[in-house]
Design a protein around this ligand. Sequence first.
Ligand code: ZN
Length: 439
Amino acid sequence: MHPWIRRRLALALLVCAPLAAEVRSLTILHTNDLHARMMPLENHHGGFAFLATVIRHERAGCHDCILLNAGDVAQGSPVSTIFHGLPVFELINLFGYDVGTLGNHDFDYGWMQARKFIQISNYPIVSSNVVGAEGQLFASKGYVILQVNGLRVAVIGAMTDDLKSLTTPKLMEQWHTTPVLATARKLARELKAQSDLIILLGHITTQEELQFLADAPEIPVLVTGHAHNGLPQPLVRDGRILVRVKGYAEELGRLELKVDTTTKAPVDYTWKHIPIDSTSTAPAADVAAIVKHWEDEVRARVDIPLAVSARAFDKREVRGLIEQAMRTQTGANFAFMNSGGVRDIVPKGQLLVRHIWDIMPFDNRVVVGTFKGRDLPAVVLGGRQIEPGRDYTLAVSDFTAANQSSADGLHTAGLQFPNDAGLLRDILIDWFRKKKLIE
Ligand SMILES: [Zn+2]
């Protein structure tokens, strides 16, 4: 054979020969929906100082570990409400996140405050589909590519399409979402050549989770949040894997992957959700000190005896209590509280102002409107008889007034609520205090 031909043949073989399949490991530690619950819950689970200990334990000596956070860091405790979320973001800088994304509640103090959260975080916060009027990204980064154990890991941030109905126009101004599935899929296709694995870090609804699994073959691994209940085991479809843990720092997820760098997909996985048990874990001293500092700051304001509860009330019953309080305190004929706005139970025994903050961490206001009986939304009637031509007053939160047509709302639109009756939380505190015994 002519040497030139031989050379060409060798070159052709070199080009055509498939690269040897290489399998590399990657471990993803993950949290979601921390919701400012810096202290352990009533069930002794959670607590940031205890979560920090578990994170550090899992990470010790781990050469292929990354730590991800799937949004909703803020909102859920007096510290967050009083100081508008900043201490919570400062504190979780000690956890050592590699990437985070924003949740809908990270916008609860307005978009400018969410910008501050991004600025003070010591890790990148990515969001590919929250954009402004000109299509500019809110978070400046839609994705990052991490180098881990010889793998190029692309992490794409994503926000639920429901963002609009989970916030108010006043909080968001120009910022809105582009369709989450289409945006993330397009980005994943663009990133395929320059990465070995694509992960969606999504703050998305459970319905959207299933859509991604079914319709986004470009995205083999999904780490999500928004639903606060953790999964018992990963959701898997056609080899694609989705994981989510319990919110309020009750769990840390650990997903161990074997990634094929040729197919750019996992060939094997194991997942566990590690409970954060404050009764059997030592608190991380650095985190505990800062938690104590902020808790001391708010203690004088919230650890004040308020009333006694004869029994525990679940969230559905608490919703009824809130509607009672709204009616009594405003004198309205009807009241409506959206169930998603009820953030905690009422425990049995001594109630503190703190409990009301936990139930109602939002700075929502109560607004009242007057309507003819025939115009009252059916969801507020609760079986009561009304006269179509008579005037009735209806009290709702300003969140409900801004999102009347949402699934969790009045199933109507265009009702006007011109009278402001004050902060819902203050109204609740006042009602509980006067009532003394809740039964
Ligand atoms: Zn959320």
